[in-house]
Design a protein around this ligand. Structure first.
Ligand code: HEM
Length: 272
């Protein structure tokens, strides 16, 4: 049945990407079908940057994952992402070890993924997949999203707040971001949120936030150098692989992340 949200997917509908190709001819796709994935209309895996195009494209409050979707390492729709695809993409793009990629992905899947049985007219298939927008939920119970993020407001959102990105950029006065700057940002976001009536971050969320800062440092700071402001702006603000950036040469492991998170925390204590 063709519903109002059915779309035709000729190559011209993905206008922002000169490189993305769809199945030849016009194929009717039903976007109301929970098994439907816009990304599935891509025949050739193209990795150029294309921001979300369709109204149903889903994004998370996570620059790491949105960048993977915007470059096609995971479905560009941000929907129906399977576990192996996500783990492989995290390892490939950011040079993260398998144990750390699992540590990042397993909780997300356990908390937010959906088990579905789809029927393709011939046989059933079982899928266990994640849709990025589900990660933005706040509220009681176990949720990863937290207040006092660096570039996201204190309510569920799927995209960065550009004013917050620009505030960070301005605060660097054109210089690069040091580890101490990252710690300082965390201190000011946490105290600002509390001033606005938000509860203090729980111990778990405090660790999640430290982990996010640690990953940012390990991925974007080069040996002996700080984080280039343009990397910050493009990754946090535009959710793209920054121009001129290459993935870290050394694989980032669980202990590296733990160590840097500890350093950020120490620096936060010093600044408070
Ligand atoms: C290498 C992989 C990843 C990197 C580099 C990364 C990095 C980040 C960073 C820097 C933030 C903070 C954004 C801010 O402060 O405004 C963030 C937020 C978040 N990430 Fe990731 N992430 C990764 C993987 C994942 C995975 C696998 C999941 C779950 C499946 C996830 C879920 C989230 C969520 C829910 C938030 C929102 C937390 C908040 O409220 O600030 N991330 N991520």
């Amino acid at each position: 049945m063709i519903t109002t949200s059915s779309i035709i997917c000729p190559s011209s509908t993905r206008t922002s990407s000169p490189t993305t190709r769809c199945l030849p001819g016009s194929i009717l796709l039903n976007t109301d079908d929970p098994c439907f994935d816009v990304g599935a209309c891509t025949v050739v895996k193209e990795l150029g940057y294309v921001g979300p195009v369709f109204p149903r494209d889903a994004r998370a409050p996570c620059p790491g994952l949105n960048t993977l979707a915007n470059h096609g390492y995971i479905p560009r729709s941000g929907r129906n992402i399977d576990f192996i695809t996500l783990v492989a993409a995290i390892m490939e793009v950011y040079n993260i070890s398998l144990p750390l990629a699992l540590l990042l992905s397993v909780p997300g899947f356990l908390l937010y993924a959906h088990l579905r049985v789809c029927w393709n007219g011939i046989r059933p298939s079982v899928t266990y997949t994640l849709t990025l927008s589900s990660l933005s939920s706040f509220g009681p119970g176990l949720k990863i999203a937290h207040r006092a993020s660096l570039v996201h407001p204190n309510y569920p959102t799927q995209c960065p707040d550009i004013d917050m990105v620009n505030d960070v950029v301005r605060s660097t006065r054109g210089l690069a971001l040091t580890l101490s700057d990252l710690a300082g940002l965390r201190v000011s976001r946490e105290s600002e949120s509390e001033l606005r009536g938000a509860q203090k971050l729980s111990g778990v969320h405090e660790q999640v936030a430290l982990g996010e800062s640690a990953l940012t440092w390990l991925i974007f700071a080069r040996k002996g150098e700080d984080i280039s402001v343009s990397y910050f702006k493009q990754w946090f603000g535009e959710e793209r692989i920054p121009d001129g950036w290459t993935r870290p040469e050394k694989t980032i492991g669980v202990f590296d992340a733990r160590k840097v998170a500890g350093s950020v925390q120490q620096e936060m204590y010093r600044l408070q």
